[in-house]
Design a protein around this ligand. Structure first.
Ligand code: TYM
Length: 332
């Protein structure tokens, strides 16, 4: 049997190229070496308020994007978290086994807390326990490998710690999963500020390229991307903005370091940006076309989600049964 991989994304707004290069593209490339399960994590999304109708719509949009980007639904399971009740059942069991202090140390929580405080928003408790739900997502399927971007590394360490702790308390129950980062593109930075990770919540209009952006917008965004005061690429020591553009190109092209160097060393920034724009447009064009087809046939999309959920439900049920038995929860 092939090792199992599990990963997921939040249906909170469109995907940007950071999500694509850090995770989705990697999934499409490694899917056939594994038994893949890809989730749309709507229960994570509601840790901050979502418009109900929009949320449901975004789940289907995200499913369409997974498939449009190259996930093969005949081979991989593509489903929505809420379709399988085991995620929340296991999350509660883990919440009880997770020391409070472990969650307080999560940097993503601390950042979101600061953002919310400065905008005077109230913070749902779900935001605090969010990483426990993420651990449940993964351990529910006894996944061996979790392909994610670099910003999820700390949550992955927590997941491993929860698995170890549960196993130590109740006997070996869970596979302790490994994190798999892409070799290039694990952390794509904001185009308007290359010191900050590209993120959905960043508000600036020139921050991110979305997977569904038309060519003219991509051209504008890359044209405005922050570089530095040098005129051309200093290959040995590129500034953060230039390095980010080179990373985007390398990740999309699959070029080696040597190919990159011989093509880009000394290249003027205007030409660099033209290269990156062309590479992005030609890479995203087929995804956008396939996405439009999939969204025009909702029945097909819903069949994929339903079929996948049915296929993986027995794995989740078996794990929940075992976890309940180990912890002494009652089931007659
Ligand atoms: P989310 O929805 O924020 O991001 C989805 C994936 O995109 C990656 N990513 C990036 N990679 C490179 N550069 C960036 N700038 C960038 N921004 C985002 C993320 O690392 C992620 O792989 N907690 C998760 C969702 C989740 C999950 C899971 C993931 C819930 N349960 C179980 C794996 C396994 C999240 O919010 O990802």
């Amino acid at each position: 049997m092939k090792p199992r991989i599990f990963s997921g994304m939040q249906p909170s707004g469109g995907l940007h190229i950071g999500n694509y290069l850090g995770a989705l593209r990697n999934w499409t490339q490694i899917q056939y070496d594994y038994e893949p399960i890809f989730c749309i994590v709507d229960q994570h999304a509601i840790t901050v308020y979502q418009d109900p109708q929009e949320l449901r719509e975004r789940c289907e949009q995200l499913a369409a994007l997974y498939v449009a980007a190259g996930i093969d639904p005949e081979h991989a399971a593509v489903f929505v978290q809420s379709q399988i009740p085991g995620h929340v059942e296991l999350a509660w069991i883990f919440t009880c086994a997770t020391p409070y202090g472990w969650l307080g140390r999560m940097t993503q929580f601390k950042t979101k807390m600061q953002q919310a405080e400065s905008s005077q928003e109230s913070i749902g408790t779900g935001l605090f326990v969010y990483p426990v739900l993420m651990a449940a997502d993964i351990l529910l399927y006894q996944a061996n490998i979790v392909p994610v971007g670099d910003d999820q590394s700390q949550h992955m360490e927590l997941t491993r710690n929860i698995a170890h702790r549960f196993n130590a308390l109740y006997g070996k129950t869970f596979v302790v999963p490994e994190t798999r980062l892409p070799t290039v593109g694990a952390r794509i930075m904001g185009l308007d500020d290359p010191t900050q990770k590209m993120s959905k919540s960043a508000a600036g209009p020139n921050h991110a390229v979305s997977l569904l952006d038309p060519p003219a917008r991509i051209k504008k965004l890359i044209g405005r991307a922050v570089t530095d005061s040098q005129p051309a690429v200093r290959w040995e020591r590129p500034g953060a903005g230039v390095k980010n553009l080179l990373t985007i190109f390398q990740s999309l092209s699959g070029w080696s370091e040597r190919q990159m160097e011989s093509h880009f060393a000394g290249m003027r920034y205007g030409d660099l940006k033209r290269n990156v724009t062309e590479m992005l447009v030609s890479s995203l064009d087929p995804i956008q076309a396939k996405y439009a087809d999939l969204m025009a046939n909702r029945d097909h999309l819903r069949r994929i989600l339903r079929g996948s959920a049915e296929r993986i439900a027995p794995i989740a049920e078996a794990t929940v049964r075992l976890a309940k038995e180990r912890t002494g929860l009652y089931s007659a």
